[in-house]
Design a protein around this ligand. Structure first.
Ligand SMILES: *Cc1c(COP(=O)(O)O)cnc(C)c1O
Length: 339
């Protein structure tokens, strides 16, 4: 029951992605609480499997996992050195000349990395800025020089080769380890791997790593069932009306648990009972979802919304988003269990 997170599957996905980038170190991206799945469980499990490099978005996320990892684990902070940040035990990826000079002034002997902008225009030092500070920055001994791809989930996109060329040009002659690829970049091939790869979503079973082992199952408890006569309606707006004598189950989860109302917009969302799909009917409420279970011989105590048949990317397609958003939206009210 509840949200079951398959840690051995995450480890297997990490190993599979590491094997695809055999010439590089494989890090693990555990930002946003390991994409909603529990960084305090995921990071130590991946350390035990051999990962030594971890990436988080914010210093506070890094501080939360620092005590859980041995000293030789490196925790990189993608937002870099923001004003007032406590970076003890962490490695900021400095994103601008301003961050670089702040960091070198405040923690002159602290380890740091550099994030370059190779075209995405989101985070990172621009080529012109880099030319101005490159000599000084490299002399200070960065632990990593990295950039990020904007379109790696589209192998045919021209931006991939352009960003690769820009990253190569900016890092020519750099002795420090280099990193460009996240999950999508790993799949683009060895040209993109450099010294370290940074998979995130692929660890957690999401696209574009199509070979990923599924990681989450989510079973929702049935609160009650009722029998409807033809012509009776269900839920807000009376959005669904029974065309035949029907049995309806009401389960305990809704949009407050990250199951967006838009999941039900096309009437294609199903909950699952031992491999059988049961259509979700009516509107998704804050805490409740209603399901047509008429064709089930028996109503089980729980119905699954995430399982081997219906994964995070299937849900994402129904509500017009991506697997990343489904995972990071999973609510705090589920009973969580880690295998
Ligand atoms: C989120 C992120 C990653 C991981 O990306 P995935 O697509 O989840 O593999 C890697 N690097 C940076 C800079 C990121 O922001």
């Amino acid at each position: 029951m509840g949200l079951v997170i398959d840690i051995p599957a995450i480890v297997a996905n990490w190993k599979a992605l590491a094997a695809k980038a055999a010439g590089a170190r494989a890090a693990a991206v555990v930002k946003a609480d390991a994409y909603g799945l529990g960084a305090d469980r995921v990071a130590p499990a991946l350390y035990a499997a051999g990962a030594r490099d971890f990436f988080v978005a914010l210093a506070a996320e890094g501080r939360a996992i620092r005590p859980l990892l041995p000293e030789d684990a490196r925790i990189f902070v993608l937002s870099g050195h923001m004003e007032g940040a406590d970076l003890a035990g962490l490695i900021p990826l400095l994103n601008s000349p301003e961050q670089f000079f702040r960091d070198r002034t405040l923690r002159p002997r602290g380890p740091f990395g550099i994030q370059l902008d190779s075209g995405m225009n989101r985070l990172g030092i621009e080529p012109g800025e880099w030319a101005a500070i490159r000599t000084e920055a490299l002399a200070a001994g960065p632990a990593l020089v990295m950039s990020h791809l904007a379109c790696a989930d589209e192998p045919g996109h021209a931006a991939n080769a352009q960003q690769l060329a820009a990253f190569r040009a900016m890092t020519q002659g750099v002795a420090a380890p280099r990193s460009l690829a996240a999950t999508g970049g790993i799949l683009l091939g060895a040209d993109y791997h450099f010294d370290l790869v940074r998979p995130g979503i692929g660890l957690y079973g999401g696209q574009p790593f199509a070979e990923a082992r599924p990681v989450v199952t989510l079973a929702l408890p049935v609160i009650q069932t009722r029998e409807l006569r033809p012509g009776e309606s269900v839920g807000y707006g009376y959005a669904w009306t029974a065309a035949r004598p029907s049995r309806v189950a009401t389960v305990a989860a809704g949009y407050a648990d990250g199951l967006a109302r838009a999941l039900a917009r096309d009437g294609k969302l199903a909950l699952w009972a031992e491999g059988r799909a049961c259509p979700v009917i009516g509107r998704i409420s804050m805490d409740l979802i209603t399901v047509d279970v008429t064709d089930l011989p028996d109503v089980p105590p729980t119905l699954e919304i995430l399982n081997a048949q219906q994964g995070v990317d299937d849900l994402a397609a129904l509500s017009g988003t991506i697997g990343y958003e489904i995972l990071t939206s999973l609510g705090r009210r589920y009973e969580r269990r880690w295998l």
